[in-house]
Design a protein. Structure first.
Length: 620
């Protein structure tokens, strides 16, 4: 590996954020001075000369040829983390080190203590972060950023190729009497050990000495060699296991189902930056979408991808108007859209928004969410005592769960993955394979883009419980539990007085699971033209799985066997069978608990009648 092969990120709040190459350094940095961001440190006058000197020194080593990578200059912690995320994809493939130079003021501790004692005017966005202890990425800087990056590397959320280096700035008079401050830094043992313990690979003084800069290339070379050696060793052991590990042979059909889902868990699914575009719905359609999400006549098929995303944001924003959940506000919806596979016909982002809207409508209808002005359902006058178990936090958590309940779905069911003996099925011991995968993948997305939700233990627990409830293999267990709840309510004459906190929490979790189950299969309870559209799409997805099973020569893993495309009679009979066995008992039972849900049973009855009429007409 030559020196120019390293990726270099230089973080300094006084810098101008840009890419700098050797041939453009003069024009890029000449006479530029950017004031530091407020709320951290004040250095007095910006010092572009020092920054320029550091960049020129870096370019002496890391731009030795025309193809060398530019130095990536950042001025905020969040920008630095974004650069690391962008470079990680290519660097991991090529084993290219990512040297991250982190500016840490020499008197950081004293400045932080002084800053904490000074009265500060609340920022316009202060209300958004009230009540949370997790700093926003913008606040990650200095030692905090160093510890964060080191923890990410240690926990393998970032590759070992990321090499954090401390650049001590603001030394000033600290080095009077010494002509080589870089040498004297090494004699400050306490400070040096503190940075090394925090995860720094090396510590340099600013301005960076040309005598010491070559050491960075040595660090990069050493780490790249170690990573290459480890990968070589891993590949050898993998090759030795390949014969005995059923489901790993890449030559077999549908290898992406055997391995790609596991490796993709930390790839495009959880880090979907490269697959994103900005949300840009037609302004003239926004009012239409906002009204559509408030009615049971909602049809996800009538909306574009951007309109679906806008509708999801409208529903979340309405939920977040509740004061109890205001601190969980978010605006990164595009990340969740990119986590769904476009090649999957049914279990994609369109299905997810459909489930989200159904759940949103249910929650508004039963009074767990505030009245939605554009809804077609009447305001809630009174609600049964059992409905009081669902707090604003639970309603928000259900909506969050709906968004991630099918993240990364491959378009086949659990039984197929188990029959295939896919590594994913082995990972989760053949139990709720896809649902467990959705939870794991979604948790990583939340960890990166919505840390407030990820770090809230109660929200994660309820989210995982709710997503696991969508496993149809557990359907009859949930029906039995709901029967027990109905009996308990009948015995207590509808009240929950005297129930223990533990019992109340268990039934709260059960209600959340039942509501998301209803939303997940609500396609059969939509207005008939919408329900029929979903039925055709689901038939195509199941038919694709049937084709895979035929090619793999394995027994069918589909309930009722592979469907037949373009066969109205078969499709109608399949829909009626699903309603009779699964949907109608579920919706009737939930309507017994929440009378406001009775409309769904009426829709099911009407749809069943229409299917029967169409079947009879087709047979005639």
């Amino acid at each position: 590996m030559d020196h120019g092969a390293c990726n270099v990120i230089y973080l300094d709040r006084r810098a101008h954020q840009e890419l700098v190459r050797k041939e453009t350094v003069a024009s890029s940095l000449n006479a530029r001075a950017v004031a530091p961001s407020p709320g951290y440190f004040t250095f007095g006058k910006p010092n572009p000369a020092e920054i320029r000197s550091n960049i020129e020194t870096l370019l002496l080593v890391f731009s030795e040829d025309a193809d060398a990578r530019p130095v990536q200059v950042c001025r905020t912690g969040s920008a630095c983390l974004d650069k690391i995320a962008q470079l990680t994809q290519s660097s991991t493939i090529e084993n290219t080190p990512i040297i991250v130079l982190i500016d840490i003021p020499y008197d950081e501790e004293q400045r932080m203590k002084r800053l904490s004692r000074e009265p500060r005017t609340p920022s316009p966005t202060a209300f958004r972060t009230a009540g949370t202890e997790t700093p926003e990425p913008e606040d990650l800087y200095g030692m905090h950023l160093l510890r964060h990056i080191s923890a990410e590397v240690q926990d393998r959320r970032l590759p070992r190729l990321v090499i954090p280096i401390v650049i001590l700035t603001g030394l000033g008079g600290q080095w009077s009497g010494s002509e080589t401050p870089g040498t004297q830094v090494l004699t400050d043992t306490v400070r040096l050990v503190r940075y090394l313990d925090a995860g720094a690979v090396d510590v340099l003084a600013s301005p960076i000495s040309k005598d010491h800069i070559h050491g960075l290339a040595v660090h990069g070379y050493r780490v790249a060699k170690e990573v290459t050696r480890e990968q070589s060793s891993f590949l050898k052991s993998t090759k030795a296991r390949k014969v005995s590990w059923v489901g790993v042979n890449e030559a077999k059909p549908y290898a992406y189902l055997r391995e790609a889902m596991v490796s993709g868990l930390m790839g495009n699914i959880c880090c979907p930056d490269t697959a994103l575009d900005m949300i840009d719905p037609n302004p003239e359609r926004r009012a239409f979408v906002a009204e559509a999400v408030g009615t049971w006549a909602f049809s996800a098929h009538d909306l574009t991808d951007d309109e679906l995303l806008y509708g999801a944001l409208v529903m979340l924003q309405h939920a977040l108007t509740m004061p109890e959940v205001e601190r969980w506000r978010m605006d990164e919806g595009t990340k969740f859209r990119a986590a769904y596979n476009d090649f999957v016909l049914y279990h994609n982002f369109r299905h997810v928004v459909d489930v989200l809207q159904a759940l949103f409508y249910f929650l508004v209808r039963i009074g767990a969410l505030p009245f939605y002005p554009l809804t077609d359902c009447p305001p809630v006058i009174s609600k049964p005592p059992i409905a009081s178990l669902l707090k604003p936090f639970d309603a928000l958590c259900l909506l969050v769960s709906a968004i991630g309940h099918d993240v990364g779905h491959p378009g086949v069911n659990n039984a197929f993955l188990v029959a295939l003996n896919a590594p994913l099925a082995q990972l989760y011991n053949d139990r709720s394979v896809l649902e467990s995968f959705h939870c794991a993948a979604y948790s990583q997305i939340l960890r990166r883009y919505w840390p407030g939700a990820f770090e809230d233990v109660c929200m994660r627990k309820l989210m995982i419980t709710s997503i696991l409830a969508t496993d149809m293999g557990l359907h009859f267990k949930y029906m039995a539990d709901m029967g027990n709840l109905q009996e308990k309510l009948a015995h207590s004459k509808g009240t929950i007085d005297g129930w223990s906190p533990k019992v109340l929490e268990e039934y709260r979790d059960l209600l959340c699971g039942l509501l998301i189950k209803c939303a997940d299969i609500s396609n059969v309870a939509r207005r008939f033209h919408t329900a029929a559209h979903w039925a055709a799409i689901l038939t195509d997805e199941f038919s694709n799985q049937g084709q895979m099973e035929h090619e793999l020569q394995i027994p069918t893993c589909l309930f009722g066997g592979p469907p037949v495309r373009d066969d109205l009679i078969k499709m109608g009979e399949s829909q009626i069978g699903f309603m009779n066995i699964f949907a109608r008992p579920l919706f009737e039972s939930i309507s017994d608990i929440f009378p406001a849900m009775e409309f769904s049973v009426e829709e099911l009855v009407m749809n069943k009648t229409v299917w029967q009429e169409k079947i009879e007409a087709e047979k005639a």
